[in-house]
Design a protein around this ligand. Structure first.
Ligand SMILES: [Zn+2]
Ligand SMILES: [Zn+2]
Length: 131
């Protein structure tokens, strides 16, 4: 599924691209390899909007969108210990986000303005991270 097929409305606003990044630093897998993330609740791929919201294709139905700062991640390694990890500081988050941007650039999604996506996402994160 591409970002274009996501049902519009709710937090699906502005530019939305697939959520592709590595685990938070604290994760026991110690891997820096970016991966595609899926919603634990429904198993569908996750996307991130330029306003910093993570959502899946069911975001208007059974699932709700959440702000990227509040997101917990669990890779297969962390699953074995039933652990969840989150990004605790903005600089780690920003490094991870550069993966998202690179992945989207590689795919060259049609009409995607990656510069404005990055700028808006940074603005939102700076505004909301410490609030
Ligand atoms: Zn991990
Ligand atoms: Zn979902």
């Amino acid at each position: 599924m591409s970002a274009k097929e996501l049902p519009p409305g709710g937090c699906n606003k502005g530019v939305v691209i697939p959520l592709v990044f590595s685990c938070p630093q604290e994760c026991i897998c110690k891997s820096n390899v970016p991966k595609k993330w899926y919603h634990k609740q429904c198993g569908k791929p996750l996307f991130v909007s330029e306003y910093g919201y993570i959502l899946c294709e069911n975001h208007l139905k059974d699932c709700s969108a959440f702000f990227i700062k509040d997101a917990f991640f669990q890779c297969n390694e962390a699953k074995k210990n039933n652990s969840w990890y989150k990004y605790r500081n903005l600089s780690n988050m920003l490094m991870a986000l550069s993966n998202i941007v690179q992945a989207a650039e590689l795919k060259e999604e049609e009409g995607l303005n990656i510069q404005s996506f990055t700028k808006n996402l940074l603005d939102e994160l700076n505004k909301k991270w410490n609030s």
